[in-house]
Design a protein around this ligand. Structure first.
Ligand SMILES: NC(=O)c1ccc[n+]([C@@H]2O[C@H](COP(=O)([O-])OP(=O)(O)OC[C@H]3O[C@@H](n4cnc5c(N)ncnc54)[C@H](OP(=O)(O)O)[C@@H]3O)[C@@H](O)[C@H]2O)c1
Length: 306
């Protein structure tokens, strides 16, 4: 397959101030590429701009603005940012998904790496099913547009949301059973795979790639590893589904989003979740939970991993 890499290539990065987008942008910049970094907030982009990125302030819902951001780009790193505040999250995802796909088509971007989810499955209800729809939407783009969907499992960074509960009570609480083995991935591994694909540009057609993290980890094991890293006893507590929904709603998450998330955990417990691809060297990524726990400890202790 031809390698279409050329110098002076411009990349547009959606969610450039986020977990994955920031690292994608940094890795492209480090390889001498032009990066158009998209965010709603100039302050969030300051560190990337200092490294040479072109800031592009736009809302992900604004198709004309996205079209402008994507025009002239050889490739786009695309994602639908989480919006926990959206009352109707499925419509929000569809609206953003249409804006992204429409802008990619209008700007004739030849290459797209799309952050999807292992939960992107046609049989999934709620927003996980919508991630599948977004894959389909991008797959319907003209043949000249090559797309890879990255399908990662649960992010290790999700545990950062437990910092307050650990500080207050020494617990990590979810409805997931303590001992089931779950693939978990560090967001830097997703970003590195995205950056590799974006730099090589040797994919063609429409395809998907599952990423399973370094190994499967149970919630009880995750709590122990985090406890060791912060030098504190951290217990994992399995909470009832209804209690978890209540906690999420109290934290400002709309009820249907809370129910959808909790439904995913229920299916994990019941073994009826998405059938997993077998672990291979191709879908295994390098960062271990122990390494992530060092980053967790830095944020726990200092509020930042830098
Ligand atoms: N968490 C998991 O376990 C998991 C698992 C599988 C897949 N996923 C998927 O991963 C994706 C999240 O990736 P991530 O963690 O890298 O993202 P993230 O850290 O949550 O970052 C989201 C980015 O999007 C930007 N953004 C948010 N709303 C925007 C808007 N209206 N207009 C323009 N920009 C906006 C934010 O920038 P500003 O605030 O600077 O605008 C931020 O840079 C989601 O699609 C999720 O479904 C998550």
């Amino acid at each position: 397959m031809a390698n279409n890499k050329d110098n002076g290539t411009t990349y547009a990065v959606v969610g450039a101030s986020g977990n994955t987008g920031r690292i994608v942008a940094e890795q492209l910049l480090a390889s001498g590429k032009n990066v158009r970094a998209i965010s709603r907030n100039a302050d969030h982009l300051k560190a990337l701009v200092d490294k040479g990125a072109e800031p592009f302030i736009a809302s992900i819902e604004d198709k004309p603005a996205l079209t402008k951001a994507f025009t002239g780009a050889r490739a786009v790193y695309s994602m639908i940012p989480p919006n926990m505040a959206a009352v109707d999250r499925t419509s929000y995802i569809d609206k953003v998904g249409e804006a992204l796909a429409g802008a990619i088509a209008e700007a004739h971007v030849p290459y797209v790496v799309n952050l999807s989810s292992m939960a992107a499955n046609k049989d999934e209800q709620g927003f996980q099913g919508r991630m599948y729809e977004q894959e389909q939407r991008l797959n319907r783009l003209p043949d000249a547009i090559n797309v890879v969907h990255l399908r990662p499992p649960m992010f290790m960074e999700n545990f950062l949301a437990s910092i307050n509960a650990i500080k207050k009570a020494g617990v990590i609480a979810y409805p997931i059973k303590p001992d089931i083995a779950i693939p978990m991935i560090a967001t830097q591994d997703i970003a590195s795979e995205a950056a590799r694909l974006l730099l090589d540009l040797n994919f063609s057609g429409k395809s998907a790639k599952t990423l399973l993290g370094q190994r499967d980890v149970s919630m009880a094991e995750a709590a122990k590893i985090i406890g060791r890293a912060i030098n504190k006893d951290v217990r994992y507590v399995q909470v009832p589904y209804d209690e978890h929904i209540k906690t999420l709603v109290q934290a400002g998450i709309p009820l249907d989003v809370a129910r959808t998330l909790t439904g995913l955990y229920r299916r994990m417990n019941e073994g009826t979740g998405i059938p997993l691809e077998k672990r291979t060297s191709e879908n295994t990524t390098p960062t271990s939970f122990e390494q992530f726990a060092q980053k967790f400890a830095a944020i726990y202790n200092n509020g930042s991993s830098n």
